[in-house]
Design a protein around this ligand. Structure first.
Ligand code: IFM
Length: 463
């Protein structure tokens, strides 16, 4: 632990992260979102979990701030529910929705915890999906208006802003594939959504700049794509293109990667791309958030017949245009079936810095779902502690190799609704009993508390 602490510079922020739909509950006090609709379709969420009660954070937020104070974190990353602010995504502001986050921010500051706002973490208002959602040409305007409401109210009290969280999931799991909301299953829609999400990012940044927001950036889920054999290399390049390069190239001003345009020509003509929007997307950001969990390890399919029966055959829908491939994560795996491979965090950070030079990086999510067991009232989640230790070490190795890494946020503060996995997967530092809503610190929470408590005073730290 001291080995980790002594390698963190004075400016290195440690925090915990959550998102609105996953923890808040109280959906009757806001507008509907695509996740409310999706979760009501039988079979979409493995255990049938819906928005309520989730972790009942809307009613227990003060208790949850106590957890943050107990941990001793520098920062708290949370998302604002778009339909709590604007029930239909545009139009009349709900003052009660705004007041909820207003109080949260004030109380964080009183506790000396920096508020880090994610403007969009997947809960698109249903009324906007009815207009075409992330395929609607007006979505950038709507997102800019929503951003302005938040900036006007919170700009003086917010330490960092992220426009989007993981647009890859919104576009490709939600529009190209069927596994996340809205579950369209249409490759062309996925490609257009990817582009329009980034247009919305650019528009949101323009508003944040007008309001002189401090530290405005965005959050991507990036990873290292590993081809296990030469036959998988072209699939790996395509996956890397859609998972990593498309976002970084757009931000860096390189536009849509040419190989992706070529490799998806049979799906989309990309006629929605507009030069002036490309310019706005590539306006400088103050920081980039990287959410990292696992590498994408793939192999070629020996012959077609095998692919159909092989349960490892990944949803190729999530990567429109990808040549056939097998997903071959190596053990050890988390409860999500995700390979644990901290080395890939180091390489992901290095590769990201090369592709988007000069932009400071934060790890805005990292963590693992493990089968927690409560014994005599405690949860000894040694597997999660090891995950955090080895990934913090891997992150600091990237920093030592020259990556401008400024901080690390654990996913997640609390057990919560893990999207399509419902309540069956737990990522929290704090266990939530969904019958009583009792929070219990897991051993991993004690790990972070100790790590933070044993930090030297800022003036004595490196950097
Ligand atoms: O729970 C999610 C989060 O909402 C986005 N990033 C990945 C996490 C784990 O799947």
């Amino acid at each position: 632990m001291d080995n980790l602490n002594s390698r963190m510079p004075s400016y290195f922020r440690i925090g915990a992260a959550t998102s609105a739909w996953q923890i808040e509950g109280s959906s009757h006090l806001r507008g509907r979102s695509i996740w409310d609709d999706f979760s009501q379709i039988p079979g979409k969420i493995v255990d049938g979990a819906q928005a309520d009660p989730a972790s009942d954070h809307f009613n227990r937020w003060e208790e949850d701030l106590d957890l943050l104070s107990w941990l001793g974190v520098d920062s708290y990353r949370f998302s604002i529910s778009w339909p709590r602010i604007l029930h239909d995504g545009v139009g009349t502001v709900d003052p009660a929705g705004l007041a909820f986050y207003d109080r949260l921010i004030d109380r964080l500051l009183l506790r000396n915890i920096e508020p880090v706002i994610t403007i969009y973490h997947w809960d698109l208002p249903s009324a906007l999906e009815d207009k075409g959602g992330w395929n609607w040409a007006g979505i950038g305007d709507a997102f800019a208006q929503y951003t302005e409401i938040l900036a006007r109210k919170f700009v003086d009290r917010t330490a960092m802003w992220a426009t989007l969280n993981e647009p890859w999931c919104s576009a490709f799991l939600g529009y190209a594939d069927t596994v996340m909301a809205p579950g369209r299953g249409d490759g062309a829609a996925g490609l257009e959504a990817a582009y329009r999400l980034m247009v919305a990012h650019g528009r949101s940044m323009e508003v944040l700049r007008q309001y002189n927001a401090k530290n405005a950036g965005t959050v991507l889920n990036l990873t290292t794509v590993i081809a296990e054999d030469a036959g998988a290399e072209s699939a790996a390049r395509h996956i890397d293109g859609l998972q990593n390069r498309i976002w970084l190239d757009l931000l860096a001003g390189r536009g849509i990667p040419q190989d992706i345009i070529e490799g998806t020509r049979h799906i989309s003509d990309w006629s929605f791309v507009d030069e002036s929007e490309l310019k706005s997307i590539s306006a400088p950001i103050d920081w980039l958030g990287v959410n990292y969990y696992t590498p994408t390890r793939i192999a070629s399919i020996p012959h077609q017949g095998e692919a159909k029966d092989n349960e490892n055959h990944t949803h190729s829908l999530s990567f429109p245009g990808v040549p056939p491939f097998l997903s071959v994560p190596r053990p050890p795996h988390t409860d999500m079936g995700w390979e644990v491979h901290p080395e890939s965090l180091t390489t992901t950070l290095q590769q990201t810095q090369e592709r988007l030079p000069g932009v400071p990086i934060y790890i805005t999510e990292n963590g693992g779902a493990f089968p927690d067991e409560m014994v005599d009232g405690s949860i000894d989640d040694q597997d999660r502690v090891e995950y955090f230790q080895t990934h913090l070490d891997a992150a600091l190795k990237a920093r030592e190799a020259g990556v401008d890494l400024r901080g690390y946020f654990a996913w997640s503060l609390l057990d919560n609704v893990e999207w399509a996995e419902g309540l069956t997967k737990r990522f929290g530092l704090f266990h939530v009993n969904y019958q009583t809503q009792k929070r219990t610190a897991k051993r991993s929470a004690y790990f972070f508390r100790e790590l933070l408590a044993r930090r030297k005073p800022e003036s004595d730290r490196i950097g």
